[in-house]
Ligand binder design. Structure first.
Ligand SMILES: [Mg+2]
Length: 259
């Protein structure tokens, strides 16, 4: 066989075979071996699509990790465009709603934003963990690095609201004592600057549920006179409880559940 013939055989038969073999053990492999993404890029697996809709609608509660058959689906959803389209749609809805509100001159019209997977993305961390169960030690190590990418549509929305005269409060369950400096630096690097206050979980709120902690924070803001025009979060626990705001907006997140 000529050199050209051997090359043709290699291309036609062996490279696709090698590709398939590598796909079999693709978990943790470089992304380019996982093309096309398992689960059709997040839009074609009926079971996992139903599961994701249940999650976003708050019908699925208390789950500790992405179901095993949906790990590839969630990876595809997050990494191949649909997630960013969905976040962009949320941002558009928020901007349209906010455009109907004229902030008053007293400067007390405000928005509340969650931080993790609302402003800053933890996708690289959860993808590396195969969307496994919450690991507080590993997550704290990741967050302390301050390298979470910003979520572009949310950064645009954040600055749009600020530009319109709304105050923006960032409220996060991250531990204030250990993660304050890395979180501030990470937010600034991702384009989130000019917020009124970053309110983190202080020692007195340790052990409290997210709903209890965030309700207490919002209650305090309302007591200070702020009118909470809107509230953004990737978890329903960001959006429930007391003083939730005039409207709540759920940012998609099929990676984990915070009660
Ligand atoms: Mg969050």
């Amino acid at each position: 066989m000529s050199a050209r013939g051997r090359l043709t055989m290699l291309v036609v038969f062996f490279l696709p075979l090698l590709h398939c073999v590598l796909l079999e053990g693709a978990e943790g492999a470089p992304w380019f071996w996982r093309w096309p993404p398992i689960g059709g890029g997040g839009g074609e697996d009926p079971y996992c699509l139903s599961w994701r809709v249940m999650v976003e609608a708050n019908n699925a509660k208390g789950w500790r990790r992405v179901p095993a058959p949906c790990i590839g689906y969630v990876r595809g959803y997050m990494a191949w465009g649909q997630y960013y389209r969905d976040v962009g749609s949320v941002a558009d809805q928020v901007a349209a709603y906010a455009a109907q509100i004229v902030p008053t001159a007293d400067g007390l019209d405000a928005w509340v934003f969650d931080v993790d997977d609302t402003c800053l993305s933890n996708q690289p961390y959860y993808q590396a963990k195969q969307f496994g169960a919450y690991d507080p030690v590993a997550f704290k190590m990741w967050a302390s690095r301050g390298v979470c990418p910003g979520i572009p549509a949310m950064q645009w929305l954040f600055q749009t609201l600020r530009g319109r005269g709304f105050r923006v409060f960032l409220v996060t369950g991250r531990d204030e004592e250990t993660l304050a400096s890395s979180t501030v630096a990470n937010l600034a690097a991702a384009g989130f600057f000019g917020y009124d206050r970053l309110i983190m979980r202080s020692a007195s709120y340790r052990g409290q549920s997210s709903v209890a902690f965030k309700s207490a924070v919002r209650r305090q803001l309302v007591a200070e006179g702020y009118r909470l025009r809107g509230n953004m979060g990737d978890q329903w626990s960001d959006l429930q409880g007391e003083c939730v705001g005039d409207r709540v907006f759920k940012v998609p997140n099929p990676m984990y559940f915070v009660p």
